[in-house]
Design a protein around this ligand. Structure first.
Ligand SMILES: [Zn+2]
Length: 259
């Protein structure tokens, strides 16, 4: 009699070892539920890990795309400079006139929230830049007026939106600033002045004539869209020589304006 009771004690153990051997048992359903919960928990944990990773991978991809834009625009500026006796283009969009950049997408940063609106950069600047050098930023966007007539206007025909700040532009250097203060090779501060055109380009070229060692450091094209301005993140630049680097907004002072 005690021998006969043994088989009824065995099945639960067998079910645990091989669930498929005993379908439709009540304990089988419980087991499946636990299994399901474990799978759901694992998926939730993996999602928790992977979603932020995916988000940051997408962000990196957008940054790479922007970097590629900066490189191609920088190259376009250097080709223009070779062709026009050391002058840089008056506007980034001037590169689309007859020159090197035929794809309008190259003027647009993928992080720029205005990129679909065909608005000009000044509106991007108004919304995004919040620093005491705001005016300087604003007038270095394509689409800002006034500009010197010798340079002509930005090319709003072929290029509908420009996301980038262009430091060598034909926008007027604010007359209230006078010149730009530069430390010369001997460490002495001196002021360089714009020429009769009064443009940003003339001031930047004057800076480079005093500090030739800045040729690969002075920002030419800048993207503010990858940085959190409030957190004072550094921003992405390309120099006149084509090297890409991060810097502060007022790069030559090493600080954000007024900080
Ligand atoms: Zn960008």
């Amino acid at each position: 009699m005690t021998h006969l009771a043994a088989p009824s004690a065995d099945p639960p153990r067998r079910i645990r070892r091989s669930p498929l051997a005993r379908p439709a048992a009540g304990s089988r359903r419980t087991f499946t539920l636990i299994e399901l919960l474990i799978v759901i928990a694992i998926i939730a944990i993996l999602a928790g890990i992977l979603v932020p990773a995916l988000h940051s991978a997408k962000k990196k991809a957008r940054q790479s795309l922007c970097l590629s834009n900066l490189r191609q625009l920088g190259q376009g500026c250097r080709m223009y400079q070779d062709a026009y006796d050391e002058f840089y283009p008056g506007w980034l969009s001037s590169l689309a006139n007859d020159y090197t950049i035929s794809d309008p997408k190259l003027f647009v940063c993928p992080e720029d929230p205005d990129k679909e609106n065909n608005k000009w950069g000044v509106r991007s600047a108004n919304r995004h830049v919040n620093s005491p050098d705001f005016d300087s930023v604003k007038c270095t966007f394509d689409g800002y007026a006034p500009y010197h007539k010798a340079w002509g206007p930005p090319n709003t025909e072929d290029v509908k939106h420009v996301s980038y700040i262009y430091e060598f532009c034909a926008g007027f250097w604010p007359s209230s600033w006078g010149g730009d203060s530069v430390a010369d090779d001997g460490g002495n501060s001196r002021t360089v002045q714009p020429d009769s055109t009064g443009t940003w380009q003339s001031v930047k070229r004057a800076v480079l004539s005093v500090r030739q060692d800045w040729i690969d450091k002075i920002p030419m094209i800048r993207c503010f869209w990858h940085a959190d301005i409030q957190r004072m993140d550094p921003i992405m630049n390309i120099s006149t020589q084509g090297n890409v680097y991060l810097s502060k907004s007022q790069w030559q002072k090493g600080t954000w304006g007024g900080q």
